[in-house]
Design a binder for this molecule. Sequence first.
Ligand code: ZN
Length: 168
Amino acid sequence: MLEELYEEIILDHYRRPRNKGRVDPSDFTVHDSNPLCGDEIDITARLADGKIAELKFDGRGCAICMASASIMTQKLRGRTLLEAQQFIGGFLNMMRGETPFGGKELGDLKALEGVLKFPVRVKCATLAWNAALQGLRQPSSPSAPPEAGKPWSPSAPPEAGKPADKQS
Ligand code: ZN
């Protein structure tokens, strides 16, 4: 019964993928494939303020691969780069059967945990996540965050408020 439910979740994401397409322009694009199954995937993302502002996937593959990518885009959008990497790490651990991925975060991911019973399909489920991780680890984009210690408010007019020196 429970397994049927999980199957439903996967099929739902497969039939109605979320965030499918390409982010353009993108801060990173990663292509990865799983020759064993014929899965091909492209992950594109746009970053802003140290967060994943947009994340999309494109490609072709089996239901597990496509559903997993769809779920991933939903889970990672809006996270900081560090949070996203930690989240991916947690998921990959779960898919190695190491640490159960607990907590309220799980949601639709619970459906993918069932793939563990089919070791040949694990690569399908992790493909998008590994690709995203590669992208997030790429040496930083040109739009590096501004120096942390320097608060600079663009709204403060530089020196404008200072009355000019009296010119006698
Ligand atoms: Zn596959």
